[in-house]
Design a protein around this ligand. Structure first.
Ligand SMILES: CC(=O)SCCNC(=O)CCNC(=O)[C@H](O)C(C)(C)COP(=O)(O)OP(=O)(O)OC[C@H]1O[C@@H](n2cnc3c(N)ncnc32)[C@H](O)[C@@H]1OP(=O)(O)O
Length: 211
């Protein structure tokens, strides 16, 4: 019998991936699932078999736990704040086929997808996404609301600020520090520290704009 409810916030592509894990764990973690999105056109439609509640405010009154399943870092941060203000408790989800070292930490509300690797002493902040096949190697620190996209690799001792996007397949060399709000393009190779609030692309990564 379920003893708790888990609200998944978001009804897009990333929510599908999150729902896949949440459904796998619903019985062993003893929760029932709910799903909400602010797109009123989605009200009553189904995602992975679950009817979407819209707007999100309608789903907050019931309390319980929540996980924001939205890829955009700013939106994920804002909706985490909204759910916490409503008195709900954030819930992290880790795919059973992710590899997570005993000493790695996964912050509240974060998501770790299938095939991701978190090495010893990797420290993942609040409400981050470590996507499919991403590698976060030993001693990396990932700031809140950051997203490591599929197959990106952070070598040992990399430090990310908050709300950083590391694009799909990008590589970051050992010990590099990346400032708050940076975007690293898909496939980039980051050799040196990056200044906050800028977008970098290419090999070696170069700044193409201030966000
Ligand atoms: C499951 C999932 O799907 S998770 C989703 C993960 N998402 C990603 O990995 C996407 C990462 N995003 C990107 O790589 C994007 O291209 C960004 C954010 C770096 C740039 O996007 P925009 O800000 O729209 O920039 P724009 O497309 O105008 O490109 C600016 C310049 O950078 C170049 N550029 C853009 N992206 C890249 C890239 N990944 N590598 C090399 N060059 C690039 C463009 O060709 C352009 O060059 P130009 O000025 O010489 O013509």
């Amino acid at each position: 019998m379920h003893t708790d409810s888990l609200l998944i916030v978001g009804g897009g592509g990333h929510a599908k991936v999150v729902m896949d894990v949440a459904k796998l764990q619903a019985d062993s973690h003893r929760y029932s699932l709910r799903l909400a999105d602010d797109n009123l056109a989605l009200a009553g439609t189904r995602l992975m078999g679950l009817a979407i509640i819209a707007p999100i405010a309608l789903a907050l009154a019931k309390g319980g736990r929540f996980h924001v399943a939205i890829g955009n870092n700013q939106a994920r941060a804002q909706l985490n704040g909204l759910c916490q203000e409503a008195g709900m408790e954030s819930h992290s989800l880790v795919h059973p086929r992710a590899i997570v070292a005993n000493s790695a930490k996964v912050g509240g509300g974060s998501f770790v997808a299938a095939g991701a690797i978190l090495a010893p002493d990797a420290d993942i902040g609040l409400a981050c996404i470590i996507n499919h096949g991403a590698v976060v190697d030993h001693d990396c620190r990932i700031g809140a609301f950051s997203h490591i996209a599929p197959n990106a690799t952070l070598a040992g001792g990399v430090t990310l600020g908050e709300r950083v996007l590391i694009g799909a397949g990008a590589n970051v060399l050992p010990g590099v520090k990346i400032g708050d709000g940076c975007i690293v393009g898909a496939g980039a190779v980051v050799l040196n520290d990056l200044i906050a609030g800028r977008t970098y692309v290419g090999t070696p990564a170069r700044c193409v704009r201030e966000n």
